[in-house]
Design a protein around this ligand. Structure first.
Ligand code: MN
Length: 153
């Protein structure tokens, strides 16, 4: 995951007087609650899906240019982007023209996750969503580029 958890980039990219996105710039306290994921379908200049995983009090985030895989044997490029605040997991709405990520955001899937392994370049986890169900992997290939796929169950 290569970067420390922080929301400075998230805050720097946005004008909160203009965008309805949550302003929270603090990481959450660690809790004993089960971590969650969300995937937001983001119809910006290029349609993509934003995968976000709750890790260490923030939502670690990846942009996936094609629909996330719900079956095995499909590998998707996932490009790591800036950490988002946990409150972003509930966000749906329209980011106005002229703002970073302008376009519509809708929740495509959401639920709990369970991690098997979290390393700098490898995340193994299980999803308990409506569309994403079962064991998946995120494998770093180069820089910000990761591969996201469903594993053998
Ligand atoms: Mn996005």
């Amino acid at each position: 995951m290569s970067e420390k958890n922080n929301l400075k980039k998230y805050t720097r990219k946005r004008k909160f007087a203009q965008t309805p996105e949550p302003e929270s710039a603090t990481t959450a306290q660690t809790t004993n609650q089960t971590p969650i994921f969300v995937i937001q379908k983001h119809n910006a200049s290029h349609l993509h899906w934003d995968l976000r995983l709750e890790i260490d009090g923030v939502l670690k985030s990846w942009a996936i240019p094609k629909e996330p895989p719900t079956t095995e044997n499909i590998k998707r490029l996932a490009i790591q982007v800036e950490d988002h605040p946990l409150s972003y997991a509930n966000f749906e709405g329209v980011i106005p023209e002229g703002n970073y990520g302008a376009g519509t955001v809708e929740i495509w899937d959401k639920g709990e996750i369970s991690f098997e392994k979290i390393k700098d370049r490898e995340i193994l986890l299980e999803f308990f969503g409506n569309k994403l169900i079962g064991k998946y992997a995120l494998i770093n290939t180069n820089g910000k580029n990761w591969l996201f796929f469903k594993r053998k169950q």
